[in-house]
Design a protein around this ligand. Structure first.
Ligand code: TXA
Ligand code: MG
Length: 455
C-alpha cells in the first residue's frame, strides 16, 4: 500500500552536494586514534555543505522517506534502523524483496556497543548470557584491520532488539559495518542513529557509484540524494559470518578473501556464496545473493579471452548497437576488423574521476557475419538503404588492468552502455585468482551476465 502511494505520488528528488572537507572539523579525543575510538565533529556554522548535510540528518531523524548518501563502496539508501516506518520506506523505494535483510551502518564502536547493550534487565536466563552485548572475539582482528571500511560482519541480534524487525526479517543475526567514507560517518554521527542502508539502486540494477546513478533509478521515489562524488571502491562490502565454524565469506567485496585469510581465526574461512560454474545446490547464506542483480537492460555476456567479430555476429542485434567492456588482455583498438572500415565517432568521459572513456566506433560491412534473421528482423532506420543497415555501432569502454580501477568503474561502465541503448554488452572476464577484488568483480559479472562464452 505504502509502496503504491510512493509510486503514484511522484516526488521531486533533490540532489544536495556536500564536500566533506568543508563541513567543519573531525576531532579525535585521543591522538593517533582512528574512527574506532571516540570522535566528534565541530560543524562550521556558515558552511553550505554543513547546512546541506544537516538537512539530510533532519530527514533521517524525522521522515519515513530514506536518504541516499555516498559510502566508500557504493551509494546507500539510508533510514533510521530502529524505526519500522523508516525502514519500510527503504523497501518501498527500492522495491526490494522483504526477505533480503539490510546492513546496519554505525559511526563508532561505542554506538555499536550501545546497540548491543540496549537490553534491559538480567540475562541470567539466556544460555549465551556472557556474549550478550559483546562483539564475538573472532571479529577483533577484522575490526581492527578493516574498520572503518568495506567489511560487514554478522552479529547475533540482541534480545529484545532495538532494530526494526524488517531490518533482518526472520533472521537471528544482523549485518553491521562502519564505513570509511567520512561523509557517511559524519551523517551517521550527526543523526545519532544506526542507519540501515542497502545499495541505492532499484532492485536488480547495478549498484550506484554516483549521485546521477541514484537519480536515474530512484527519481520521484525519494526526496533527497547527498552528492559526495563518485565512490572510491565501487563494489559493495565483503560480508562475513564469524558465528559459524568455520567462519564464512557470504559475499565477496571490497576486502579481499586473501586479506581476510591473513587474520587470526580466519585462516580456514570458507566460501559461503555460489562461485558460479559448478553445479552448486545449496542456497547462498546471504539472502541477497540469490537474486538476479547488477543487471542493466542490455544482455550481458561474459567473454573469456579476446573478443572477435565472429563472436559478436552470433548474437541478434535489433538496434545494431554493441557495447564492449575490456579489462586485462585486449582493448578495442587491438581488435582486428579485416575487410571492415572502422570510423571513430567520438570519445566521451564515462567515469570522470578515473579518466575512463566511452569510445564510439561505427563498423561497416558487417552484414556477411550477421545471422540473416538479425538483419531481416530489424526495420531499416528511417527507411535508409541496406548499405546503412550494415552499420554496426560499437560503444567501448576500457577499464584498464588495475583491479582496483576495474572494480571502481565497473558498475558505471555497465550503466553508461545501457544509457547508450546497446543490445548486448560483451564484458571481458578477469582471472579470479588475481587477488584483491578479482573474485568480487567476477561474482558481480556472473550475476549480471546471462551466459559466459569462450572466444
Ligand atoms: O557496501 C555495502 O555493503 C553497501 C553500502 C551501502 O554499505 N550496502 C549493501 O547493501 O550492499 P545490500 O542491502 O545491497 O546488500 C546487503 C547484503 C545482502 O546480500 C544481504 O542478503 C546480506 O548483505 N545480509 C544482510 N544482513 C544479513 C544477515 N543477517 N545474514 C546474512 N546476510 C545478510
Ligand atoms: Mg545491493
Amino acid at each position: 500500500m505504502e509502496e503504491e502511494e510512493q509510486k503514484s505520488s511522484s516526488r521531486s528528488t533533490q540532489i544536495l552536494a556536500v564536500d566533506v572537507n568543508k563541513i567543519g572539523d573531525f576531532v579525535f579525543r585521543e591522538p593517533d586514534v582512528t574512527f574506532l575510538g571516540d570522535w566528534f565533529i565541530n560543524l562550521s556554522e556558515d558552511s553550505q555543505d554543513a547546512i546541506n548535510l544537516c538537512q539530510a540528518v533532519k530527514q533521517l531523524q524525522t521522515s519515513s522517506l530514506p536518504v541516499a548518501f555516498p559510502t566508500e563502496t557504493v551509494y546507500g539508501l539510508g533510514a533510521d534502523a530502529t524505526r519500522s516506518a523508516a525502514v519500510a520506506g527503504i523497501y518501498a523505494a527500492k522495491q526490494r524483496p522483504a526477505d533480503n535483510p539490510l546492513i546496519v551502518h554505525i559511526s563508532s564502536l561505542r554506538q555499536l556497543h550501545q546497540l548491543l547493550d540496549s537490553t534491559p534487565g538480567s540475562r541470567d536466563d539466556c544460555p549465551d548470557a556472557d556474549t550478550q552485548g559483546r562483539i564475538p572475539a573472532i571479529y577483533d582482528p577484522l575490526i581492527s584491520r578493516f574498520w572503518p571500511g568495506p567489511l560487514t560482519i554478522l552479529l547475533p541480534l540482541p534480545d529484545p532488539s532495538p532494530l526494526a524487525p524488517a531490518v533482518t526479517g526472520s533472521l537471528s543475526t544482523f549485518g553491521v559495518r562502519m564505513p570509511s567514507s567520512r561523509l557517511a560517518l559524519a551523517l551517521i554521527y550527526l543523526a545519532g542513529l544506526p542507519i540501515a542502508a542497502p545499495s541505492a539502486n532499484a532492485s536488480t540494477k547495478p549498484s550506484p557509484t554516483t549521485a546521477a546513478h541514484v537519480l536515474h533509478d530512484l527519481s520521484g521515489r525519494i526526496d533527497l540524494i547527498i552528492d559526495g562524488g563518485s565512490c572510491s571502491v565501487g563494489l559493495e562490502s565483503t560480508v562475513v559470518d564469524g558465528l559459524t565454524r568455520p567462519p564464512a565469506i557470504l559475499r565477496p567485496g571490497g576486502v579481499s578473501i586473501e586479506m581476510i585469510r591473513q587474520c587470526t581465526g580466519w585462516e580456514h574461512v570458507v566460501i559461503g556464496y555460489s562461485s558460479g560454474g559448478s553445479a552448486e545446490t545449496s542456497a547462498p547464506r546471504a539472502p541477497g545473493m540469490k537474486y538476479k542483480h547488477y543487471s542493466p537492460n542490455a544482455r550481458v555476456l561474459l567473454v573469456h579471452g579476446r573478443l572477435s567479430l565472429d563472436l559478436v555476429s552470433r548474437y541478434p542485434l535489433a538496434r545494431r548497437k554493441v557495447g564492449l567492456i575490456s579489462t586485462m588482455t585486449w582493448r578495442v583498438e587491438d581488435l582486428e576488423f579485416p575487410q571492415y572500415s572502422v570510423t571513430r565517432d567520438h570519445d566521451a568521459l564515462a567515469t570522470p574521476r578515473l579518466d575512463v572513456y566511452l569510445r564510439k566506433f561505427a563498423i561497416k560491412k558487417l552484414a556477411p557475419y550477421l545471422p540473416h534473421h538479425a538483419i531481416e528482423d530489424s526495420p531499416p532506420v528511417n527507411g535508409e538503404s541496406d548499405q546503412h543497415a550494415e552499420l554496426l555501432q560499437v560503444s567501448s569502454i576500457d577499464l584498464g588492468r588495475e583491479i582496483a580501477n576495474i572494480a571502481q568503474a565497473l558498475f558505471s561502465a555497465l550503466r553508461e552502455l545501457d544509457l547508450d541503448g546497446v543490445d548486448v554488452i560483451f564484458v571481458e572476464a578477469i582471472n579470479e585468482s588475481g587477488g584483491d577484488a578479482a573474485a568480487a568483480i567476477m561474482n558481480r559479472l556472473r550475476k549480471a551476465a546471462e551466459s559466459e562464452i569462450e572466444s
